[in-house]
Design a protein around this ligand. Sequence first.
Ligand code: PEP
Ligand code: MN
Length: 363
Amino acid sequence: MSGNGPVDGDEKSLDDLRRLISRFNLDILDLLNRRAGIAGQVRDFKERNAMDMFNPSREEEMLDSLVAANQGPFPDAVVRHLFKEIFRASLGLMESNREQDLVVARAPGAADMVVRVGDRVVGRDPILIAGPCSVEDADQMDRVAGTLSRLGVGFLRGGAFKPRTSPYSFQGLGEEGVRLLEETGRRHGLSTVSEVMDTRTVALMASHVDVLQVGSRNMANYELLKEVAGTGKPVLLKRGFAATLDEFLQAAEYLAAAGNENVILCERGIRSFGRDTRFTLDISAVPLLRGKSRLPVIVDVSHAAGRRDVIPALARSALAAGAHGVMVEVHPNPPLARSDSQQQLDLVQFETLLESLKPFLSP
Ligand code: PEP
Ligand code: MN
């Protein structure tokens, strides 16, 4: 047999058969999309009633009745496979629609959000957050804060509860450190930033610190996020060093969903095979996060680098990429620092850094 013409008798030509197949394709497509429309209504119902989107027993029931109705020629296993794909696509649609609805996501054309810390605004002109890795003593804090306020830097950081890799390393001064940070910040007119590591210390931190930092190791500590959100305080949320941007935004969503949209996102380097720096600064995260979300985005250059020599270059890159600010560790005497001594700038190095950032900082 050759050609596409009629064969004999009632038999249809290949062109006719193809036309039929194409029509069935369109019918199936129409049915699939109508089915997806109904699935959307199911999603809305389930969302209103806080029900799980995925219901395995309902899927099993539908598959069983499809197989019972199957008259071939497709074998039952193929029918199961085909419909499972349809169910999967449907579920994907239900869940992806939810993701587009994230409170922290940027709807097309939506303006940037800003976070207010007292009179200061994060999310417009670039800001700097500087200070030691750990709060150590009054003199250390006073010398750093004096330099910051003289140079017009608004935010003083300092860890009092420290997430150290080794349990034998300095763990921070705890409550005494928080009080020292608060007192120093107040005396020098600076807003304070410090990490909260544990749900048990959230209330303490919230009563002494202006911005609560959630560290990289705790980005996915959802109970901590909910507790921190409940304080209503501005939150500086660091990206987990092995977290994708979507996981990072979902963590931010925990704060927003609990009623606190005062969230500053902080890229701080991710794990890579590189050993020359402590982590690898993911500079593309800055424009990507700004595109995906309306929240302010800053970059912690110190923890990304783990060494002080590349910090000025990283800080300039961050601001050039559109970051709303930079966090940098500064210590009056880095070799004597009780944590992260390799990456902290001394006060003169910090002043030089600031000079080099001027073209990026002035509006
Ligand atoms: C910090 O900023 O003190 C800190 C520990 O950072 P990270 O959580 O990014 O490691
Ligand atoms: Mn540090």
